[in-house]
Write a protein that binds this ligand. Structure first.
Ligand SMILES: Nc1ncnc2c1ncn2[C@@H]1O[C@H](COP(=O)(O)O)[C@@H](OP(=O)(O)O)[C@H]1O
Ligand SMILES: [Mg+2]
Length: 393
């Protein structure tokens, strides 16, 4: 559970390199009350079960498409349509399952998701739409729960378009990235189906389906080896901790972030894609902290999942200037890590705010680690950012 005991807080503050100068935002992050005070008494059990079901089925569809993509020739690999088909198909499945599971919420149903059907409604997209519709129907009929009459192409378009909500600070909003890490998906590497629920602006549950993530720690072996069983489902509910199970349905186990206190023993995650996060800045931060291990570069919110079970102790994300982060790229990962005992903050040590619509308004970047390492991480981040600013001025 993510609650911060006074004992652990005292240790955090004593471990801060310069106690008198703990930045204000970090104080509020570490001392703040439970972020879900108003909704903590809700159970969300049915919602969590539905989210796990929806993300697992969407993962099944994505696995099928990725398998076909990797077996295809070079020419069709450079074609963007497989990822398009999987993106839309995944969003249609999740939207269908959620609406099916909560029919009485149909008036207020809200889904904030990455895709919309604009391009699919164009005349030249007819064939792609047919492929998506078939994939969605095949996937739904592979699960006994949804033995419905097949969806039409229009049903699929409508399901995709349910994801147009703007989110916000009132009511409930599902938040979906149907394929997070599309670059990794195309390469045959990591990707995730990321689904979260906001209630009154707070993330109250989240699910990460990571079809290519090994079930055992990726710190200990080559993540590309086919020797290890892959396919993880992480799920977290406010106040209830984080679970991990295999996508093929093993019983869940509780996971916890790394307890490492000495940065020299820590390893850190960052985006595989240098265009998504400044690798030179992470390297400077890691050096200041004394991290010895090389960065672990993987795509998608699989990084949050891996961190929640202690595969690495730090995740650094520093987009290049001008990029605005979206809520679906972090909501599920955020609760998976915080419920496993970790802390997620922006580069100034502020808590993330998911209540402002489709975008996350952030200070510079996102940093994730355990309670013990956060103060020294924040200090290293501040120093590195200051150096970067002064060298470019
Ligand atoms: N220039 C950029 N800077 C930062 N993030 C970016 C980016 N361009 C795309 N992204 C986001 O980075 C996500 C992938 O994150 P990661 O680098 O951790 O794999 C993408 O998710 P999608 O693949 O869902 O589009 C996209 O939202
Ligand atoms: Mg994404």
């Amino acid at each position: 559970m993510a609650s911060i005991s006074s004992g652990s807080l005292t240790r955090v503050l004593y471990s801060y390199p310069c106690k008198a100068k703990i930045p204000k935002p970090l104080y509020s992050l570490l001392f703040k009350k439970s972020p879900v005070v108003g909704v903590a008494s809700m159970s969300y059990d049915k919602e969590l079960a539905a989210a796990k079901k929806a993300a697992s089925l969407a993962a099944r569809l994505c696995q099928k498409v990725q398998k076909a993509l990797l077996q295809s020739d070079v020419q069709s690999k450079s074609d963007k349509s497989p990822v398009t088909v999987a993106d839309y198909g995944s969003q249609a499945i999740v939207s269908f399952v959620l609406e099916r599971e909560f029919p009485s919420d149909s008036e207020s149903f809200s889904l904030v998701a990455e895709e919309d059907s604009g391009d699919l409604r164009k005349e030249d997209a007819q064939e792609t739409l047919e492929r998506i519709t078939k994939l969605v129907n095949d996937t739904l009929s592979s699960d006994e729960t949804y033995s419905v009459s097949p969806l039409s192409a229009n049903d699929v378009l409508a399901a995709i378009d349910s994801g147009k909500s703007e989110g916000g600070s009132h009511g409930r909003h599902w938040v979906l990235d149907p394929i997070d890490g599309t670059k990794g998906f195309v390469r045959g590497d990591q990707y995730a189906i990321a689904l979260a629920l906001l209630d009154e602006g707070k993330v109250v549950l989240g699910v990460l389906a990571c079809p290519n993530l090994p079930l055992s720690s990726i710190g200990s072996h080559d993540q590309h080896s086919s020797q290890y069983k892959v396919g993880c489902l992480f799920s977290a509910k406010v106040g209830a901790g984080t679970d991990m199970q295999s996508l093929d349905g093993s019983p869940p186990i509780k996971v916890h972030v790394s307890a490492i206190e000495d940065p020299e023993e820590a390893s850190f995650f960052e985006s595989f894609e240098a265009a998504h996060s400044m690798h030179d800045l992470s390297s400077s931060i890691a050096k200041k902290l004394g991290v010895k291990a090389p960065p672990v570069r993987i795509d998608s919110q699989a990084k949050y999942g891996a961190l929640s079970r202690g595969d690495g102790a730090i995740y650094l994300r520093f987009p290049h200037k001008g990029y605005r982060e979206k809520i679906w790229d972090h909501a599920a990962g955020y609760i998976v890590v915080t419920e496993a005992g970790g802390v997620v903050a922006d580069a100034a040590g502020n808590a993330l705010d998911f209540s402002r619509g489709r975008y996350l308004d952030l200070d510079t970047g996102i940093i994730v680690t355990n309670l013990k390492l956060m103060p020294s991480l924040l200090k290293a981040v501040t120093e590195s950012l200051n150096e970067k600013a002064s060298s470019s001025s």
